[in-house]
Design a protein. Structure first.
Length: 276
């Protein structure tokens, strides 16, 4: 488990973000102030001026540089609290059971669970056949995937109905844009199929569902505003560029998510919005 620094994360907002070289960074001793640009918005018959609307543009280098300046100012302002931060971190870490295991979940012939090890930041995904006394089979070690990286998130973790394949999605940038990989659990090798730009979450397992033939996958992609809006079907061994579009949410205030029913007989598509 590594220490945590609280910062405005430019990586999450700008996909092309890279941590700047410290030799060219300028320490901010006064808080940065973003420029104001006039932008008129009319809603419900009322017109207002949103002077910071321009910061929504992820391609604007000035918005990008402003976030970096915010990080520099934060780093400078809180520098004197570093010893306290470390003390608090070690205290909180000491209250966490680093060696732990989730409750096993039975799926057909196997018990599936995750476990953590001391000194390692990420979970290890495992299974045991038929009984909990059986030898452990490691399906995916996120710590290995994260070696040498600043960020690593696994969202989807979906076992095929015949239990011979694992589909998982991975984000290595922190932008919550995932890539799907498919693993042969017998050989440990990855299939050549790689599906990019898909929906996922750092908070819960979601993003990929298998059809009952164990050869077909369903997944959701994102639009330019990071909205989950398209449902696709992929057949193992085919070019993802040829995947069939099954549904597109046209209402820009709504997003979609995908889940399988408890009976495993149905795929359920959910519509939701974050506006009230």
């Amino acid at each position: 488990m590594s220490n945590i620094t609280w910062k405005v994360c430019a990586r999450n907002i700008f996909p092309s973000y890279r941590k700047p070289n410290k030799s060219i960074r300028t320490i901010m001793t006064t808080h940065p102030t973003p420029p104001k640009r006039e932008y008129k918005i009319t809603q419900h018959g009322i017109t207002r001026n949103d002077e910071y609307y321009w910061m929504r543009n992820r391609e604007d280098p000035e918005a990008y540089n402003y976030l970096l300046a915010e990080n520099e100012y934060l780093e400078h302002t809180l520098k004197h609290l570093k010893p306290l931060q470390e003390t608090l971190f070690q205290e909180m870490k000491g209250r966490i059971q680093e060696v732990d295991s989730s409750a096993p979940e039975k799926f057909k012939d196997y018990f599936y669970y995750t476990r953590t090890e001391a000194g390692k930041q990420y979970p290890i995904y495992c299974r045991k056949k038929e009984t909990l006394d059986a030898p452990e089979e490691i399906l995916l070690d996120q710590n290995i995937l994260a070696e040498g990286l600043e960020f690593c998130s696994v969202s989807a973790f979906s076992i095929s109905p015949d239990q011979t394949k694992l589909a998982y999605s991975l984000d290595l940038e922190g932008a919550e844009v995932y890539t799907i990989y498919i693993k042969d659990l017998a050989s440990g090798e990855l299939y050549p199929d790689k599906i990019q730009g898909v929906f996922g979450s750092v908070y819960h397992t979601t993003g990929v569902e298998w059809a009952n033939d164990s050869q077909t996958l369903y997944y959701i992609t994102l639009d330019e505003y990071h909205r989950a809006n398209k449902l696709f079907r992929h057949t193992l061994g085919t070019d993802p560029k040829q995947d069939a579009l099954l549904f597109q949410e046209m209402d820009e205030t709504f997003s979609i998510s995908l889940h399988k029913s408890r009976s495993k007989d149905y795929l359920m598509l959910y519509h939701y919005n974050t506006l009230s």
